[in-house]
Design a protein around this ligand. Structure first.
Ligand code: FMN
Length: 169
């Protein structure tokens, strides 16, 4: 893959919330996890943990976490991105970097995915923790439902010249 391909994938990544019934293979799941775990992390602590959910009933329960998580029920697989808080003060940044890598890798594989926010809303985290038996010290950053896309969105940046400040503010 060359530089242009990477920049194309970054712009192609969009929030995909509709999926077909087609399965995501174990090989693809492994590729997504490898991409997530290629992310940078403070002091290289790698405080991330992932729960890979394929069970239909568990996906349905995750879909009920909040108003904007319903697509999780229809995804082939839901990645639950978690952080080991006692291991690192930077668990939020590190797991966010891993999440973006996962989203970009899904795009590169022709899959659709979306970041579903859990942290920092306590009630959402309590729900996901209870559904999946996640230990108390492990924090839940987000859900990433992944499937074969049943909607398409155009590639784009949201570049705004006014957001960039050169040399001084
Ligand atoms: C921290 C965070 C939380 C988000 N939470 C949700 C969510 O709960 N449900 C959802 O459908 N999309 C969620 N999104 C996706 C955003 O709505 C989406 O990224 C934004 O509208 C831009 O669209 P794009 O991803 O297609 O570029 C979230 C994104 C981020 C970064």
């Amino acid at each position: 893959m060359n530089e242009t391909d990477v920049l194309d994938v970054i712009k192609k990544r969009r929030s995909i919330r509709k999926y077909t019934d087609r399965a995501v293979t174990d090989e693809q799941i492994r590729q997504l996890l490898e991409a997530a775990m290629a992310a940078p992390s403070a002091s290289n602590i790698q405080p991330w943990e992932f729960v890979v959910v394929k069970d239909p009933d568990l996906k349905r329960q995750l879909a009920q976490t909040h108003t904007w998580s319903s697509m999780a029920a229809d995804a082939a697989v839901v990645f639950v991105v978690c952080g080991d808080e006692p291991a690192s003060h930077h668990w939020v940044e590190d797991t966010s970097a891993a999440t973006e890598n996962l989203l970009l890798a899904a795009t590169a594989l022709g899959l659709g995915a979306v970041w579903v926010g859990i942290y920092p809303t306590a009630a959402r985290e309590v729900h996901v923790r209870r559904v999946l038996d996640i230990p108390e010290e492990i924090r839940v950053l987000c859900l990433v439902p992944v499937g074969h896309p049943a909607e398409s969105k155009p590639p784009r940046t949201q570049y705004k010249e006014s957001k960039a400040h050169y040399d001084r503010w």
